[in-house]
Design a protein around this ligand. Structure first.
Ligand code: GCO
Length: 255
């Protein structure tokens, strides 16, 4: 049956940066589609609180706090999962930060922090997941890019460079892993109603620009990413590789 294509029962999904925001919405959506979810965040308390909240709805949830930018932290986290016999079938590389500052005012350390969190983390976590998916000959990798995976905006250069890298890292992952029945794809969210964007949402001029520039004439809601996330995490996308699906109200499609 067609709806079975989107059924995630029996699958386990790790969503990085899922204590709140887009990651938490995606994790909830994958759980509603039947997956067991492993929540991640760098802050243990926030991660465990988010896991308790999700579990209170009857979902199978585990908190796994670790720092996605630290190789040792990542490898130890996967060793914990190995020890518990938990195989990650679906990896959503969502963790990310924003830093808005003109290039000429940026410190290298500020640039590096954004690149490490938004891009290098997807390599480190993706590598550990794929090392385990390849022998199993099955896996799903969903990298969270951005509207900025293809377009630039002033004052968000490191974020834009990282998200552009996410798009092409996804294509490189597809090149190497598709033969092992691992589908690597990306989602490019547009302007979404998240804490990370609160300063923009509260700015009447920016709010007006987003609504005018977006064909849907509104900001996106985090739960509006769930459809694309379930699709790219399910059997329904078994012949989809290296693609990015923009969930942006049409912003990237029009002048
Ligand atoms: C910004 C925003 C964007 C959005 C989103 C757009 O400062 O322009 O933070 O980067 O977060 O990524 O796709």
């Amino acid at each position: 049956m067609t709806q079975d294509l989107f059924n995630l029962e029996g699958r386990t999904a790790l969503v990085t940066g899922s204590s709140r925001g887009l990651g938490n919405a995606i994790a909830r959506g994958l759980a509603e589609a039947g997956a067991s979810v492993v929540l991640n965040g760098v802050n243990r308390q926030a991660c465990e609180a988010a896991a308790r909240e999700l579990a209170s709805h009857g979902f199978s949830v585990r908190a796994l706090p670790f720092d996605v930018t630290e190789e040792v932290s990542v490898t130890r986290a996967f060793e914990v999962l190995d020890g518990e016999g938990i195989a990650i079938d679906i990896l959503v590389n969502n963790a990310g930060i924003q830093l808005r500052k003109p290039i000429v005012e940026l410190a290298v350390s500020e640039w590096q922090r954004v690149i490490d969190t938004n891009l290098t983390s997807a390599f480190i976590v993706g590598r550990e997941a794929a090392r385990r998916m390849i022998p199993r000959k099955r896996g799903k990798v969903v990298n969270i890019g951005s509207l900025m995976s293809g377009l630039g905006r002033a004052t968000v250069a490191p974020y834009t460079a990282a998200k552009g890298g996410i798009k092409l890292l996804t294509q490189a992952m597809a090149a190497e892993w598709a033969a092992h029945n691992i589908q690597a794809n990306a989602i490019g969210p547009g302007y979404m109603l998240t804490d990370m964007n609160q300063a923009l949402i509260d700015n009447p001029d920016f709010d007006g620009w987003v609504k005018g520039r977006t064909p849907s004439r509104r900001w996106g809601r985090p739960e509006e990413l769930v459809g694309a996330a379930v699709f790219l995490s399910s059997e329904a996308s078994n012949y989809v590789n290296g693609q990015i699906i923009y969930v942006d109200g049409g912003m990237s499609a029009v002048l």
